[in-house]
Design a protein around this ligand. Sequence first.
Ligand SMILES: [Zn+2]
Ligand SMILES: [Zn+2]
Length: 414
Amino acid sequence: MIQKQKGTKDIFFEEMEIWEEIEKNIKEICNTYNIKQIRTPIFEATELFARGVGNETDVVSKEMYTFLDKGGRSITLRPELTAGVVRAYIENGFSSRTSPVKLWYTGSMYRYEKMQKGRYREFSQFGVEMFGSSSVLTDVEVISIACKLFEKLGVLDKLTLKINSIGCKECRAKYVKALKEYLADKIDGMCEDCKIRYNKNPMRIIDCKQEKCQDVKNGLPTILDYLCDDCKKYFESLKFMLDNLNIKYEIDSSIVRGLDYYNKTVFEFISEDLNLAVGGGGRYDGLVETLGGTSTPAVGFGLGMDRIVLLLQEYKKQETQKPDIYLLTTTNEQFIYATTMLANELRNSGKIVETNISDRSFNAQLKYANKIGAKYLIVIGDEELKSKKVQLKNMDTGKVIQIDLNVKEILNNI
Ligand SMILES: [Zn+2]
Ligand SMILES: [Zn+2]
């Protein structure tokens, strides 16, 4: 038997309804913030991620699905979506539009990763990117959109918003120097990855999850002590605005994000209960220029949809939708009447309707209606068709009432 690939999954029934609920809320929320949807290709030139995400990041150096196509091009299945959105922004001349340009997306991404809870090799993200504003108010709006989604889904209070500033090039240079000085006599005892990071990108050491690096990490200098005046002021405004908009947060200077393109504001949403980072984002003022566009400030986030699904499964335990009504018929004539006169219209008004499409016997249909949890049942026999009166049975209580045989009467009573 052929099985699904490691790191992929099939989604159906109950879980699919959770996905649909999340997607519905995303659309509604983005619409109310006047953010427009964008879809970009699933594969892009490998160079886009090498340049955009950073060659030294784990994502690019270890986790990408990269291959040569039949034309000899180096192709990569997108491991994240910001780089692709920025490419589209530049290529389609969006910089000449009224700013800020506000975009949202959902879609599948691919990383060759170790499997963990909520972590797949094919995974899905919802993200928002805003281009053309360097104001901290845009950072605040972006954060508030993510909060709004969690609030609507009923899990905001289950999450911790952690914020940090990783400053600009100048503050980062000072910090990296201090970091290297601090680590100089400790790096030999750290993991192999950190030894490489020490020379190539020391801030990545803050992210290290290896057991042997944790002690050293606890004493690290914090970036917040090295911010320049401008970055310090920016971070203060961010906190001031979040406070005043009643958005709860914690400051965590260990949040540096795994990707190279961020500056100033970075943030993550963490589920402490599930020990799961649900997503995060930050400001990336240099990325548009890095990828060949004109210098454009930008800020955004990406949230793991698979992880939001896990949250909802954990906290909401929602029941899958049940049919509203079962229309019981035993002859073709009855079935035709039930379909054309009742089911079609009931479905048009949003009701979930099941009919006898498996050609079951009367008793088998009663059993079936019970099994699928139908809320109401109507028997449409020859007698009922003649008298235009039917019995509407409430399947939960067993109560039966007599009503006229028409859609309006049925809708009024279920
Ligand atoms: Zn700075
Ligand atoms: Zn390490």
